[in-house]
Write a protein that binds this ligand. Structure first.
Ligand code: ACO
Length: 702
């Protein structure tokens, strides 16, 4: 699959169709970029009105090519694109880069034309990047192809970039060149009729020239495929992504807590987290991270030392470190004593280490050397403000000296108040030290690097298989409900059958249709009991008085039944359950995201979920690792671990519930929304009980 992309990155011969005689036109700029980029292979300019272009014989059409061509770069007016693709097919060209715009991005007519382009390429077995794209470039010294209309060839390096926006792609290239970031290849994917960011990820996974992948994403063509590929690639190469479009206005009206809580961005956040993609909030942060990842090892842990000649910025940095989950440990007495032995008396040997304004390069060298050797931290952040006294290059040199022969720690630098750009050997070059202008930036970058390192250290999650589940029965109950009543909520009994089919721990009890039945059930489950309205139309039972708690005798239960019957027309029945005595209330839910598919939610019940919105989402399916993280990642998770007389909860039973819900949702696509709320998490070893549940079903095509 990814080998079919090789002609884009390693072509021996390319044809530029629409190579203009006018250097100001896009076809002319492309020609110039290919030539000035120093393309190592054969270039055929195609233009029916020219004989010679850029010193090469121009051909009137691809059909006149004298030899094989691997890649056609197409920049002809849109009406001509289909014919050029026919020519590609006839000449055995298997890769086309279509720069031309005027397709789906401009309306219905363009969309139709785009479909024809996609269809033609598919039928002819041509891989196609674009249309409506800026082009691609590769710095491979054996290829040196700049097939874009950006006259910039960035330095060669290990960073690959894909952009879903041409303009952002252009900005990325300009910034990469300015910052001296070494690029392996860069692709503007345009309207993505064929080659997507997912395909490029797969290509870069095995590309020996690429060590880091940067993605600018506007959408996920196929989030499940992205998840599968990214999860695998991120284990080998860091993926840093900026995702545009955080807000999705007008969330549909929600019938369950879970749906209401699944606000705009949770699916993207969850997907990146689960797949190990490092999320950059801004383009600036994308580069901040790229600089560090390209030149520094990932930290072995979260401990960081800040060494500075300026107290204020160090405090800002320390705050940002802690906000990002890093730790600034107190140094051991031995380390502090060694530091004090050469520091001026007013300097601070704490963490941050404040060498004070008069610090010399030698102070930095010694402090770095002592701390890097101490084994007490995993990373160093150096903050230097020169105030015109000592050039930063001397301080950086001293820091490098201090690091020599020490364990390989992550090193990030902040050079504040730096007016002049540093000479290239000191600035952002690969194998050099990444420098940032403000003290919070290295802290944020390091926090994300440390989180990624932690993700890598944990074994990959496994998708569990539940042999004791009965998916056929679960599907049958949903399909029967759909058949008899159409889309909507399952009845209490149907819900119980569905949950039982996946061995989900429903509370004992059942549905009674008469007062006598209710009393018998109550006696069977044991007093005190709760009696609840069983209805597939009224979803918020408490609000309408459909829940009566703490009934201690058969007479009270019968009375409760009669009360329900008098209050609700055509009563379906009542649910009789034992009252839960201990346990912590939690919510487990599922909602369907239109793009990402099912999202699974976990939250603490009651006010935690309703008022504080303390809920964690993951994209389905869940691995064991996802479930274990979910039950531990809430703000209120300490309550589940036992806190001030609050008993601990059976976390592994909760994980099982999450995993079984995940398996149910995978096997029963008719389930479109689900709330298990509350689920009572009992003390360790005692499991949990689903006390209330509602499930909505919707027809599917499968
Ligand atoms: N085969 C070979 N050559 C051809 C063909 C053909 N079928 N058709 C036209 N040509 C030649 C023409 O003779 C002309 O050469 P000349 O300038 O020497 O006379 C050249 O190709 C260009 O043809 P024009 O008709 O002048 O087309 P023009 O340059 O106006 O536009 C272009 C072509 C650039 C592809 C235009 O249609 C287009 O799509 N522009 C937008 C491109 C774009 O923005 N892409 C997205 C980038 S991402 C972002 O937004 C940053």
């Amino acid at each position: 699959m990814s080998s079919s992309l090789r002609p884009f990155f390693q072509p021996e011969a390319i044809a530029l169709v629409g190579a203009s005689r006018d250097p100001a036109r896009i076809g002319g700029r492309l020609l110039q970029a290919v030539v000035e980029g120093g393309f190592r292979g054969v270039l055929y300019p195609i233009n029916p009105h020219a004989d010679v272009l850029a010193g090469r014989t121009a051909l009137p059409s691809l059909r006149q090519l004298p030899g094989p061509v691997d890649l056609a770069v197409i920049a002809v007016p849109r009406e001509g694109v289909l014919t050029v693709l026919d020519d590609c097919a006839a000449m055995g060209i298997r890769a086309a880069l279509v720069i031309t715009s005027g397709f789906a991005e401009v309306g219905e007519e363009g969309r139709r034309l785009q479909e024809q382009v996609a269809e033609k390429a598919r039928k002819a077995g041509i891989r196609l990047i674009g249309p409506n794209c800026l082009g691609l470039l590769t710095t491979d010294p054996e290829v040196c192809l700049n097939a874009s209309f950006v006259p910039i060839m960035p330095p060669s390096g290990t960073i690959a970039m894909s952009s879903e926006s041409g303009a952002i792609g252009l900005a990325l290239l300009v910034a990469a060149s300015r910052l001296g970031l070494g690029i392996s290849s860069c692709v503007s994917v345009g309207n993505r009729v064929d080659v997507s960011s997912n395909d490029l990820l797969e290509y870069w996974e095995t590309d020996p020239r690429t060590a880091i992948v940067l993605l600018y994403l506007e959408s996920f063509g196929n989030p499940r495929r992205f998840a599968r590929i990214a999860r695998r690639v991120a284990r080998r190469k860091p993926i840093v992504a900026v995702k545009a479009g955080r807000t999705r206005a007008g969330r549909r009206a929600a019938g369950s807590h879970t749906a209401a809580l699944a606000a705009n961005d949770v699916a993207v956040e969850a997907l990146f987290h689960q797949t190990g993609v490092i999320r950059a909030e801004t383009l600036e942060e994308l580069f901040d991270l790229a600089k560090a990842l390209a030149s520094q090892p990932l930290p072995d842990g979260k401990r960081v030392a800040v060494i500075t000649n300026a107290g204020g910025p160090a405090i800002l940095c320390a705050d940002a470190c802690e906000a990002g989950g890093l730790i600034l440990p107190e140094f051991s007495e031995a380390t502090k004593t060694t530091l004090r032995s050469f520091l001026p008396p007013s300097a601070s040997a704490g963490n941050p280490v404040d060498l004070i304004a008069s610090a010399t390069p030698e102070h930095f060298r010694q402090a770095v050397s002592v701390i890097a050797r101490s084994g007490e931290v995993d990373a160093l952040i150096i903050i230097y403000i020169s105030a015109g006294l000592i050039p930063p290059s001397l301080v950086l040199e001293a820091v490098r000296e201090g690091m020599k022969g020490t364990p390989s720690l992550t090193l990030l630098v902040c050079l504040m108040a730096q007016r002049e750009p540093l000479p290239p050997e000191d600035s952002f070059q690969e194998s050099s030290v990444p420098c940032y202008p403000y003290p919070e930036e290295p802290a944020r970058v390091l926090a994300k690097m440390a989180a990624h390192a932690e993700w890598l250290r944990l074994p990959p999650g496994v998708f569990p298989v539940f042999a004791d589940g009965d998916p056929a029965k679960a599907r049958e109950v949903c399909q029967q409900a759909l058949h008899s009543r159409g889309p909507g909520w399952l009845t209490t009994e149907e819900t119980r059958t569905l949950l039982d089919a996946f061995r989900l721990p429903t509370s004992p009890g059942g549905v009674a249709r008469t007062a006598k039945e209710a009393a018998t059930l109550a006696q069977a489950v044991g007093f005190p009991v709760a009696v609840k309205l069983a209805s597939h139309t009224i979803v918020h039972k408490t609000e309408v008085g459909g829940v009566i708690l703490n009934l201690t005798s058969a007479t009270e239960v019968e009375r409760a039944f009669e009360e329900m019957r008098s209050r609700f027309d055509s009563l379906e029945g009542v649910l009789v359950q034992p009252m839960m005595k201990d346990g912590t209330e939690v919510l487990v839910g599922m909602t369907l995201d239109p793009l990402f598919g099912p999202l699974i939610a976990f939250g603490l019940g009651g006010i935690h979920v309703e008022v504080l919105g303390d809920v964690c989402f993951r994209v389905n399916p869940l691995t064991g690792r996802d479930a274990a993280e979910m039950v531990r990642s809430l703000r209120g998770s300490r309550l589940l671990q036992g806190y001030r007389g609050h008993p601990p909860a059976d976390l592994s039973a909760l994980e099982q519930v999450l995993l079984r819900v995940s398996a149910l949702v995978e096997s029963v696509p008719e389930v479109s929304e689900m709330d298990l709320n509350p689920v009572f998490a009992l003390p360790p070893g005692q499991g949990c009980r689903i006390v209330d549940a509602r499930v909505r079903v919707t027809p599917t095509s499968t």
